[in-house]
Structures are given as structure tokens and as C-alpha cells.
Design a protein around this ligand. Sequence first.
Ligand SMILES: NC(=O)c1ccc[n+]([C@@H]2O[C@H](COP(=O)([O-])OP(=O)(O)OC[C@H]3O[C@@H](n4cnc5c(N)ncnc54)[C@H](O)[C@@H]3O)[C@@H](O)[C@H]2O)c1
Length: 255
Amino acid sequence: MIKIAVHGICGKMGEITARMISAQKDMKVSYGIDPFTNGNSMGGAPVYRSCDEVPSDESCDVIIDFSNFKAIPALIRFAEFRRIPVVVCTTGLDVETKELMYNASKIIPVFHSANMSVGVALLKALAAKASTVLGESFDIEIVERHHNRKIDAPSGTALALADAINEANGGKFDYVYDRHSRIEKRCKSEIGISSVRGGNIVGDHEVLFAGENEVIELTHRAQSRDIFAEGAIKAARFVFERENGFYTMEDLIVI
Ligand SMILES: NC(=O)c1ccc[n+]([C@@H]2O[C@H](COP(=O)([O-])OP(=O)(O)OC[C@H]3O[C@@H](n4cnc5c(N)ncnc54)[C@H](O)[C@@H]3O)[C@@H](O)[C@H]2O)c1
């Protein structure tokens, strides 16, 4: 039985993750950490208000985190001190926190990705590959669609897709977000990135390769937030068996 602690267990993603862990045959939630706990247990597992409150005889094999960027330094110090592999899914981490994670990864396995969907990781890898195979005669455009409550644009995932394509091509692309302000023809060295906002769309990402006589489209559609918890649980299984080091979703995808 793999014992998982969930950091941020009272939040939307923490609750989904705890529920999905409990549904696995070989996993259980050993405890949770969340300052907004009302002191009750979650599905039989105790919930502590902070890492400092976790008793020294309380054990787990991996920590999965969906919390707040401000909480990550304390979590990393806790995981490092207790030698527990950690899967950090919280986004918006600053440079210092990332550095703390890289340093900790010399002592424990640390996994981090701003998008824990296995499907998105696969889309990134496929788009990067397609761009090198298709070459310069194909124009690349990325279109992302999200619900009407999202305030940032383009999505971090659209940018990550563009970055994956750009890295595979020696960094030769510029990103163009707003064609309205440009009265000129599209040039070959650009990736156009467009955002659509409406209704309750969980998150769609489409990478378009448009040639003279054919168009290739690679599309990922998220249908529920469960995909992020699924990815986090896969990552937990992955780090459970790994040496110390820093890992991302790219390490889970082999194509
Ligand atoms: N990587 C991904 O694929 C992915 C997917 C979804 C969400 N996220 C990120 O996960 C984070 C949480 O998302 P959410 O929608 O569940 O948010 P949420 O606000 O519903 O939940 C956050 C939880 O973290 C708890 N928390 C705050 N400070 C804490 C601390 N010091 N220690 C422990 N817990 C603490 C809060 O009490 C809350 O219960 C965000 O950063 C979000 O962007 C990442």
C-alpha cells in the first residue's frame, strides 16, 4: 500500500485528489495538511494545519501538493527533513522557490509541472515532433479556449506548447498574440497564439500546422479537473520508485 499525504487537502484539487487516491487499490491517504481544516479527518485520515503540526511518528511514502505558492518553501523543507518524495502541482512559483526545489531534489525526488495532464504532456511532445518533421513550409498557430471566468490570456499551457515547439527548433520562433495591431503579412518565423473565452469550457488547446495543400491539427480537450489529479497520482507512483532528482511530466511521457 502506497501511503500519500495531500498538502492542500481542503481545496478543490486536494479534495478531488484525495477521493481519487482512495479509489486506487494500492494507495491510501495517510494524512492531509491544510490550514483551513475544521479539525475533522478526511475519509478517516487526520488533517493537520501545517507541516510543523505533523507528528514525528506520522509517516507517508509521497506527498502530493495542490495548495498555494506561498506554502511551498515550508513544504519543501518538511519533505527534505523527513526524506519524503514530493509532487508539487501548485502553480505560480517564483524563482527562489524553484531553486529551493532543485536543491532539495539532490536529497529527495521532486516532481513539478504547471500542467499535470498526461494528455497535455503528450500533446506538447507530439507538437514539438510534428514541427520538426513538417518544417518551414507549414505555418504554426495555437488556439486555446477556456471558460468565461479565466482572467489571464493566453493560457500557461498555450505558452508551454509554443515553448516546446520553439525549443525543438533552436528557438527560431517569435510569438504573435494580437494580429489586430499588425497590418502586415504573417511571416514564417512566428507562432500565432489566439485565445477564446466563453461559457464553461474546461480547457481546449489546438496546435495547427497549415501548409499549402494540407492542414494538420493536434487537439487536447480537458473535460474535467480530474485529469490533473490523475496525472498527480501517476507522478506519485513514478517518484515513489525513483532516485533523488528533479522530474516533470516530460519524464512520464515516452514517445
Ligand atoms: N499543475 C496542475 O496541473 C494544476 C491543476 C489545477 C490546479 N493547480 C494549482 O493547484 C493550486 C491549488 O488549486 P485549487 O484549485 O485546488 O485551489 P483551492 O484554493 O481550491 O485550494 C487550495 C488549498 O490550499 C490550502 N492551503 C493554503 N495554504 C496552505 C498551506 N500553507 N499549507 C497547506 N495547504 C494550504 C488552502 O487552504 C486550500 O484548501 C493552485 O496553485 C492551482 O493553480 C495546478
